[in-house]
Design a protein around this ligand. Structure first.
Ligand code: R5P
Length: 311
């Protein structure tokens, strides 16, 4: 039988962890996280977790490897302190794009991460808009993959221009774009993207008519901003109105993404707080919190656990 629950937040996104705890009317768990001068991480729990349900909130966002090792250390500390069950809440799951081999002699690093999380005793994973659903299959543990689409659609609803289309920036995002389109009642356009390198993409075809339409470009991740910028340029070349809105769950915004997205035709950019916002004072950027989405998921777990315990 578990004796209550504790939520701990790692250094990837303490504000999100605090918002989830606030939503659930609990204090965030006390812990100390330090870095040794050589870069190693030191985690210490400052309160007991024996026989407790533990939720660790840690996105494996940049610096990905540091945040990942911190999560592993955290889980190991909880396991050794006899937590009843450890659930890792990884709102942004790094290495999700390394979900298959594109050629021979390549790793499937997403699978390696899943193995590592399970090796340290993580019994359950909660994540948001996984890059591909098959990542769930990398785990033996249950994975609850939540979606931020309804949350983002609520924020977008009043900000969208008339007569717009939802744009999937590549074939891999058609399902995501369809979710937005159904939620917002708009047609879907699909771009065909060719990735030339980690920072360079090229749109080769547009499936559907965008002439004189406004566009909502949707994606799961904005990393360098190259995909969105290239998509916007291709849509404008194809006759779209210079009224482009962008929505993505995970705003990594690395390597000058802001500069790429500062094109005057890109009116607004909506992301969530799965990743701690690195950009401040950027009026076109809207960060929508998914804390309530995660808090509701945790309430469901806790209700199910207490039903199991009393049955
Ligand atoms: C790719 O498959 C993803 O869905 C995103 O389109 C991609 O990760 C975005 O990266 P960037 O912003 O660097 O183009």
């Amino acid at each position: 039988m578990s004796h209550g629950f504790t939520i701990f937040g790692g250094t990837a996104n303490p504000a999100l962890a605090a918002a989830i705890a606030r939503d659930l009317h609990v204090q965030i768990g006390a812990c100390a996280i330090d870095r040794f001068p050589d870069g190693e991480v030191a985690v210490r729990l400052l309160e007991p977790v024996r026989r407790k349900e533990v939720f660790l909130v840690q996105s494996t966002s940049p610096p990905v490897n540091d945040h990942l090792v911190e999560l592993l250390a955290f889980a190991d500390a909880c396991r050794r302190a006899a937590a009843a069950r450890i659930t890792s809440i990884v709102p942004y799951f790094g290495y999700a794009r390394a979900d298959k081999r594109d050629g021979r002699r390549e790793p499937i690093t997403g699978r390696v991460v899943a193995d590592l999380l399970e090796a340290v005793g993580i019994a359950q994973v909660v994540t948001v808009d996984l890059h591909t659903p098959q990542i769930e299959g990398f785990f033996h543990a249950p994975v609850d993959s939540l979606t931020a689409v309804p949350t983002l659609c609520r924020a977008l609803r009043d900000r969208l221009p008339t007569d717009f289309v939802v744009v999937s920036p590549d074939a891999g995002r058609v399902q995501l774009a369809t979710q937005y389109a159904q939620c917002l009642g708009a047609p879907v356009i699909v771009l065909h993207k060719r990735r030339q390198s980690g920072v360079q993409t090229e749109v080769t075809h547009i499936v559907g008519d965008v002439s004189n339409r406004a566009c909502l470009i949707v994606d799961d991740i904005i990393s360098t901003g190259g995909t969105v910028a290239e998509s916007a340029a291709a849509l404008l070349r194809a006759g779209a109105r210079p009224e482009i809105i962008v929505a993505a769950t995970h705003g990594l915004l690395v390597l000058g993404a802001r500069h790429k997205l500062d094109h005057p035709s890109i009116r607004e950019v909506f992301i969530t707080d799965t990743v701690c916002a690195t950009e401040k004072d950027w009026p076109k950027l809207h960060v929508i919190s998914i804390a309530p989405l995660i808090a509701r998921a945790l309430e469901r777990f806790l209700a199910a656990t207490s039903a199991e315990e009393t049955s």
